[in-house]
Design a protein around this ligand. Sequence first.
Ligand code: LMR
Length: 395
Amino acid sequence: MLKELQPQPKDKILMLMEMFKADPREQKVDLGVGVYKDANGVTPVMRAIKAAEKQLWETETTKSYTGLAGDPAFAAGMRELVLGDAVPADRVAAAATPGGTGAVRQAFDLVRMANPDVTVWVSAPTWPNHVSILKHMGIPTREYRYFDDETCAVDFDGMVADLDGLKAGDVVLLHGCCHNPTGANLTLPEFKKVAEILNAKGAIPMIDIAYQGFGDGLEADAAGVRHVVSACPESLVAASCSKNFGIYRERAGVLMAIQEDAAKTAVAQGTLNHLNRQNFSFPPDHGARLVGMILADDALKADWMAELEEMRLGMLKLREQLAEELRKLTGSDRFGFIAQHRGMFSRLGLTPEQVEKMREDHGIYMVGDSRFNVAGLNEKTVPLLAKAIAAVDKV
Ligand code: LMR
């Protein structure tokens, strides 16, 4: 029977990682997968994570199972980090998941349980794996306009016009901050407008927040999420700790279901636990526990926040440097949006052929839709990228 299996399409982002590794050229720059790298090209273990790991090693007395929803300190810490005091704690059901992707997957499962006819609306474009998971699960999707290729900014009028087609019970997937792949983000007034539309239509927001702290800062990056969850009677939030805690391989994420009242929240909590049990039983604990420890300890939290802020400011500086280099090289502000975008990614608006040319002629790797990872750059590689963009842009 297994011989009937068909080859699956390769994930385009992960395929780039392999291609980059296999490239023998010394002069090559990896701007593909969304992993933070410092100026030396290293993805560091953050100081607070190391300190928490040491503490955990010294104090942990068992590796027995946690609860199905994971460590309660992790859930409480993440609730506070992402939602602040936007909604009372007794309206938030939360369960740890294997990474942010696990939270997204569990969220799709949950909405399908609640509404077997659900349609999930995604931004055009969105993280390709959103669409891939939805397709794998057989959940119908619709796109709403989001990114204007001409201006490289959000096409908010187009988004509002498309959301007019929502039906009651549909789910609208939003990026909390640092939109992946475009880097173009909704403003707080735009989040407010979206919440109004969803409420008027009886649709439910699902917010994927995987880069909190990488855009305008931890609080500012959560402002849209906090508004939406407070303005809508029901919502879902899938949060990742991979990037902002730098614990990619530990797979730490959380799915939060915000309900109207405590009784409904208890049912949602039971459902999240049930879904974890069905899909993988207990969620991974190590990364989540470290996050829970950091968020509950003032000194560790302050150190984590300081290091995260250094990372964010470093990325911002690289954005400004690149926009400036391109301004000089092209004699125009055409690429000025790079300094306006926020987060790890920006979409340059190059064709797939131009992206391929960047790879072949210049050893610069980025996703085919011209998404590049700002954190893959450093002061020395910014000019290389700028020259390569200017060169292929003329072709
Ligand atoms: C990305 O978009 O590059 C990251 O979210 C990593 C991934 O899993 O695709």
